[in-house]
Ligand binder design. Structure first.
Ligand code: NAI
Length: 354
């Protein structure tokens, strides 16, 4: 099947299939839009069942980055990369270097950084081949480093905004939150919520991470298939995508879904289902923009760490504006966000959105 026939293809500017026979690297870089600036978005290391799944993922994720970067007010377009991992071995230094060389061939039209499965150390290796990389160790007081703590900060501000809007309360004391996935972002989010007095329920396929949340923040474990439908005030998906679908939405017992995971809605129509069910949904690419704000400031060396924090905090106000417009127009929050984003990246009505 041609990539142009893929349901997730949305007039992407460029899709680069990268193979390096020496190291065994197989990767795909998708540049969705450079209308607002260089296409920025992380690199995901994942074991895909087949190449079509990898293509679909990178197309969806890169479009999401265009929307996210525009909505975060950044002078950046949207792109993303996936490295197709071999389940039998870790990604090698040679593969990361080969990936860096492919990034370099794009001459700055794509800027990479961490995503699922990648680390600061991996970015340092990639940086030995290209300067179009962020998420490197920061200089004192400067933006940089692993972006996931900033992503978690943004999700925390987003949860505060959603709680203020839907539950009409400013304090998070005693708020009941279910966090699905307590990796880089989820664990930092648990800390911030715990510090604010929230009560936590957590689930993760990695049991030691669950245990750590229970020990450190008094969280309670839940089975994997019960976390999304937990009887709580807020559900925060912080694992992988498509967790909100007709089945899970029918079982929801929360009135707020606000978490970090990309592509939480299995389909756009699921946003309508959430709206119909009276669930306030914080559009994923708006609430999880903290990391990319950090990445953008690091790459352009344009802001101090304190300024990054200020810009991340603005995510709360941005979500409030979306919630208000959604209520006023009786249109789901994901549709409102998509329309705002499309306007900002210069792709108006008639553009297919996923
Ligand atoms: P991570 O890989 O560190 O953590 C993900 C966690 O989810 C892991 O602990 C994993 O074991 C768990 N998990 C996987 N499948 C699961 C399942 N079915 N049920 C429960 N837990 C499961 O990834 P990270 O960096 O924390 O990212 C989490 C999500 O947030 C991803 O969707 C990512 O794309 C998104 N995101 C991350 C950003 C960042 O700065 N790291 C920025 C924006 C979005």
């Amino acid at each position: 099947m041609s990539v142009f026939d893929n349901a997730a293809f949305e007039r992407h500017e460029r899709i680069v299939h990268c193979t390096d026979p020496v190291s065994g690297l197989r990767a795909i870089i998708a540049v969705h839009s450079t209308h607002r600036g260089p296409a920025a978005g992380g690199c995901r290391l994942w074991h895909y069942a087949n190449a079509n799944d990898a293509v679909t993922d990178v197309l969806r994720l890169s479009q999401g980055m265009s929307y996210k970067n525009a909505m975060a007010g950044l002078d950046l377009g949207g792109g993303k990369a996936v490295i197709m991992a071999d389940p039998s071995q870790d990604v090698t230094e040679d593969q990361l270097r080969a990936f860096g060389r492919f990034v370099e061939t794009l001459r700055g039209s794509y800027i990479t950084a961490e995503d699922v499965g990648m680390t600061v150390e991996a970015m340092q290796i990639i940086a030995s081949e290209t300067r179009h990389v962020a998420g490197l160790p920061p200089e004192a007081g400067k933006a940089g480093g692993d972006p996931s703590p900033k992503t978690a900060d943004g999700v925390f501000h987003g949860i505060r905004a959603a709680v203020a809007y839907r539950l009409e309360r400013d304090s998070l004391e005693g708020l009941r939150v279910a966090v699905q996935g307590v990796g880089h972002v989820g664990a930092n989010l648990c800390k911030a919520l715990h510090d604010a007095g929230a009560k936590l329920w957590v689930a993760d396929i990695n049991e030691s991470r669950v245990e750590h949340m229970c020990d450190a923040y008094g969280a309670q474990p839940l089975p994997l298939d019960e976390i999304i439908t937990a009887d709580v005030d807020v559900v925060a998906p912080c694992a992988l995508g498509a967790v909100l679908n007709a089945n899970t939405i029918a079982g929801l017992r929360t009135s707020i879904v606000a978490g970090a995971a990309n592509n939480q809605l299995a389909t756009d129509q699921d946003g309508q289902l959430l709206f119909n069910a009276g669930v306030l949904y914080a559009p994923d690419y708006v609430i999880n923009a903290g990391g990319i704000i950090n990445v953008a400031c690091e790459y352009s060396a344009s802001a101090s760490d304190a300024e990054v924090d200020q810009r991340v905090e603005e995510i709360g106000a941005r979500l409030k504006a979306i919630f208000e417009q959604s209520e006023r127009l009786e249109v789901p929050t994901n549709v409102i966000a998509d329309e705002m984003a499309k306007g900002l990246i210069g792709r108006g009505a008639g553009t297919k959105a996923h």
